[in-house]
Write a protein that binds this ligand. Structure first.
Ligand code: A2P
Length: 279
């Protein structure tokens, strides 16, 4: 497995196993993922599966030191004190004494009148403390747009190392990805397969066939070549393995540009902060 290197030098496996709505209560699924070669597991308090994932990893006898574990605090856990408490709950559920990466899941609560900038800054102070205390190896955010990041970085002592966002050929968030890269923040992709919606696209099918790969593999490779770390999820052993078999081909620059011109759709756009059209 190849790696990306975060701005603080921490190495992160270049493809992670996404667990949102995946069957990670089943030790068999986790065992298949480990056997396929996954070491990087992405969960969140909101997913409600931290305890199951932690248990399954322990049942499989996976040594903690070979794993890269990410979790996230939810919109209802924003704020300095709340974030510290949320972190302890996640550790307890996962059955570990440190995280590799801890993220703010969304920049603001559902209450749109809430002062999100202050909440995020308080939350970030808590994450910085956890980071300085060695309880987490890297800290970051998720679903942040450049204006959220700019606001956070005005007072941050430690810059975010990751921004996990929706990213696939139907929603490549080019302006956001470029902003992250310019600031040394690694973008990660949730739903890198567009929740399967892009898999039947005739253009992508033809393109993938030309590389002797599936559309899913093309999408994951597209993420890597954009400098974005993909977090695919699958409960089928053969697809788990196929989703890691993406290091033996290169999409040409011309094809990368073509993929970026596909019609846009995405779920983040339902969030009030997100532009309906990419700027
Ligand atoms: P399955 O668990 O049956 O493999 P996303 O990560 O974009 O949210 O997409 C997840 C969905 O993509 C799941 O429904 C998963 O189903 C499916 N999936 C994952 N890998 C592949 C693949 N290589 N080919 C086709 N479908 C896939």
């Amino acid at each position: 497995m190849e790696n990306f290197t975060l701005s603080n030098g921490v190495s992160i496996p270049a493809v992670g196993y996404g667990t949102y709505l995946a069957d990670c209560d089943s030790a068999a699924v986790v065992e298949n993922a480990l056997r396929a070669g996954y070491r990087h597991f992405d969960t969140a308090s909101f997913y409600g599966n931290e305890a199951e994932l932690g248990r399954a990893l322990q049942q499989c006898g996976a040594a903690r030191g070979m794993l890269f574990l990410t979790s996230k605090l939810w919109k209802t856990e924003l704020g300095y004190r709340q974030a510290l408490d949320a972190f302890e709950r996640s550790l307890e559920k996962l059955g570990t004494d440190y995280l590799d990466l801890y993220l703010i899941h969304w920049p603001r609560p559902d209450d749109l009148s809430a002062e999100w900038a202050e909440l995020d800054r308080g939350t970030w102070r808590a994450l910085e403390e956890l980071y300085h205390a060695g309880r987490v190896r890297a800290i970051g955010v998720s679903n942040f747009l450049p204006h959220h990041l700019r606001s956070l970085m005005e007072t941050a002592e430690v810059a975010p190392m990751v921004n996990q966002i929706e990213f696939h050929p139907g929603y490549p968030q080019t302006w956001n990805v470029e902003f992250c890269k310019a600031h040394g923040i690694l973008p990660e992709a949730w739903s890198p397969l567009g929740r399967t919606r892009v898999l039947d696209d005739p253009f992508l099918r033809e393109l993938a066939a030309g590389y002797g790969k599936s559309v899913a593999q093309l999408c994951l490779r597209f993420a890597l070549q954009r400098g974005v770390l993909p977090l695919p999820k699958s409960s089928a052993p053969e697809r788990m393995a196929a989703n890691l078999d993406i290091f033996d081909f290169t999409i040409s620059d011309a094809d990368m540009d073509r993929i970026l011109t596909l019609p846009q759709f995405g779920w983040s756009g339902l969030h009030p902060d997100f532009p309906k059209q990419q700027p």
